[in-house]
Design a protein around this ligand. Sequence first.
Ligand code: ADP
Ligand code: MG
Length: 262
Amino acid sequence: MRTVAVLSLKGGVGKTTVALGLASAALDRGLRTLVVDLDPQCNATAALDPPPTRGTLADVLASPRRSVLNAAITRSGWGEGVDVLVGSEDTESLNDPAPGSRRLGRLAAGLTELHRLIDHGQLPYRLVLLDCPPSLGRLTRSALVAADGALLVTEPALFAVSGVQRASEAVEAERAEHNARLRSLGVVVNRVKPRSKEHEFRVAELRQTFGELVLEPALPDRVAVQQAQGACAPVHRLRSPGARELAGAFDTLLANTTGTSP
Ligand SMILES: Nc1ncnc2c1ncn2[C@@H]1O[C@H](COP(=O)(O)OP(=O)(O)O)[C@@H](O)[C@H]1O
Ligand SMILES: [Mg+2]
């Protein structure tokens, strides 16, 4: 079982898109997956279109017990194979909590309890994807306490190198302080426009700085991303050329981040 935190320095670069794309690839391969929506904006929850639940991540924070976890987890609208631990806007206050906030410690506790149940065969998942909120704030850092892999997402833009650097440092800090299991799985470059010289330059700059940590393939900018999210459907279910290109890219990324062949 693998728990992958998908994170970035800032919002809007494609964390949710990458988490959903990996979930879509996992569904296609029959790899039971749970998406945990840590973002108070709940975009992953919306795109996964679950039925109403009795609980949310906010309840797990209040009480990280098995029964509470079960009430916040449900099958997604994508069908059997991808479940979701539904997000809540109530988690917003946690991103900048008063020092010593006990609720934040409970987030790590809730995720650790989730891990324990999976390890003991009481939940069926082989992949857990933690869709982080749009900053390296405390919610994201707590996710890193419970993850064994960190996947960084960036766009091929000015400041991408320094952004990836800072995100990598956050991963290293959590590894050193709280979670020796945590590994950086690499950097996904998202929204690359195929004929853009600027993007080509930025991707080359990232590769020069971070070497093999920059994952292949980079993800192209394709309208199929919005079409899939708008239709609450996995991108593998869409038939356009752009969707097929993305699906292939996510298959390879899934293989590279879970250590299995595509
Ligand atoms: N490869 C892509 N091609 C086209 N649109 C994309 C791509 N990746 C992300 N987007 C769009 O960009 C917006 C932000 O992406 P999102 O995954 O929500 O970012 P984050 O989770 O980092 O805030 C969304 O509207 C999404 O549909
Ligand atoms: Mg997001």
